[in-house]
Design a protein around this ligand. Structure first.
Ligand SMILES: Cc1ncc(COP(=O)(O)O)c(C=O)c1O
Length: 424
């Protein structure tokens, strides 16, 4: 929605002064939605200026170092990764003998879990190429379908129950002899509810399947929300049958972009995770995960922010986030003709829909965007969808007034708008 006219620019003949470019970058940013002011519902995760400063300075300190050389050239990165693993393994109740990998984000973490499960299945079934599938509720993040497509695995998405969690009977029914994995979300991104992970764990054990829990969104918030008394179901390695889980540090771990964890109950399976190639004049090339070069900055920022915040800091960030979420839910539910989808309180994800047919919710979303509030849009049911982070807390009241005003604006003018399929 930038007002800046974009004129495509090639490589200049002569370099431009940094002082000039810096101003240009600031100007470019001027056209973006204001995430620090709570105008962006997802994509950005802002706790406070001090944490952002730690993240930035740590990132810059290790910006040139490369995680590809973590073992030998940069032992500093290995040490930081090891500390990050220790934090993740403890936070998610991993038993002795568990293992972890540091990845660039949720998609890569999910890629690693599916690849590891697939290659283990190939080894156990003594098949070079198997026709495998993953069974999951239809709310699983699209990154699962992306990685499955790349790995030649099929995804079978099944129906939800009345609370929009995966339906256990439907999951069980979808399992066939080609199924290698059950996949649940903690929580799912569309509705912010947890799949029935404990039941799925029992099912996985009964059918001898791998169970991956996608906690990319919730991993670094739900353990703290649980401590604060929110009704968070069991979802981590405390649940028997959970084989692996993914949790993004670059979301509510407040690391810089490019940081996530994938954890395995049994580190032995990581032999299927690694990539190794020797048929090359330069010698053997080994990477623990998909990425080759890995930004050292993302590792250092993750490490520094975790050490800086400590448990106390994460509890505070979570308190602010969940306060904002619940105030948002209560406020929206008070606006005539709007209601938030239930259940709420398990996660910092909110969707509201119109109960009054005179309110076109997409027109409300458009109006809010014109007023500077970038809005996520839900297709089923049509609604406004948003993740919540601490940046939203100071602006909850402003936002609620803006939503009321947008509803009045839309209804008084009888405005309507189409759902934009590409509004993710
Ligand atoms: C539940 C869930 N899984 C996976 C992802 C993908 O994460 P990334 O965008 O870091 O690849 C997301 C992103 O929002 C998510 O919410």
């Amino acid at each position: 929605m930038s007002n800046i006219e974009h004129k495509r620019r090639g490589l200049p003949k002569k370099g431009i002064e940094w002082s000039t470019l810096r101003v240009e970058l600031e100007e470019l940013k001027g056209g973006d939605f204001k995430w620090r002011e709570g105008r962006v519902p997802s994509y950005t995760y802002f706790f406070n200026d001090e944490t952002l400063r730690v993240q930035k300075e740590a990132y810059c300190e290790f910006m040139s170092e490369n995680g590809l050389g973590a073992g030998r050239a940069f032992p500093s990165l290995s040490r930081m990764i090891d500390d990050i693993f220790a934090i993740g393994l403890e936070l998610f109740n991993a038993p002795d003998g568990s293992g972890a990998s540091f990845t660039s984000g949720g998609t890569e973490s999910v890629f690693q879990a599916v690849k590891t499960a697939r290659d283990q299945a190939r080894a156990m079934r003594e098949e070079k190429f198997g026709y495998y599938n993953v069974v999951t509720p239809l709310t699983a993040h699209p990154c699962l379908s992306k990685v499955a497509e790349i790995l030649d695995v099929t995804v079978k998405r099944v129906d939800l129950d009345a609370e929009r969690r995966g339906d256990l009977a439907a999951l069980e029914q979808a399992i066939d002899e080609h199924t290698i994995m059950l996949y649940g979300s903690a929580p799912c991104y569309p509705y912010g509810v947890f799949d029935p992970i404990a039941d799925m764990g029992r099912l996985a054990q009964k059918r001898q399947l791998w169970l991956h829990v996608d906690a990319c969104w919730g991993g670094f918030i739900s353990p703290f929300a649980k401590k604060l008394g929110y009704p968070i179901p069991e979802w981590d390695f405390n649940v028997p049958g959970v084989t692996s889980l993914s949790a993004d540090i670059h979301k509510f771990g407040y690391g810089a972009k490019g940081a996530s964890l994938v954890l395995y109950r049994d580190a032995q399976v990581q032999k299927y995770e690694r990539f190794e190639f020797s048929d090359w004049p330069r010698g053997t090339y080994v990477t623990p995960t998909f990425m080759g070069t890995k930004p050292g900055g993302a590792i250092a920022a993750a490490w520094a922010v975790m050490q800086y915040l400590g448990e106390e800091g994460y509890l505070q960030a979570t308190r602010e986030t969940m306060d904002a979420t619940m105030r948002l839910v209560q406020g929206i539910n008070k606006i005539p003709g709007l209601v938030c989808l239930e259940p709420t309180g398990e996660a910092n994800l909110v969707t509201f829909v119109a109960t009054d047919p005179a309110i076109d919710i997409m027109a409300v979303a458009d109006r809010l965007e014109k007023r500077g509030w970038f809005r996520g849009r839900m297709r089923e049911p049509l609604g406004i969808h948003q993740g919540v982070n601490p940046a939203h807390l100071p602006v909850v009241d402003d936002y609620l007034s803006e939503v009321s005003a947008a509803v009045n604006f839309v209804t008084s003018r009888r405005l309507s708008a189409k759902y934009d399929e590409h509004s993710y």
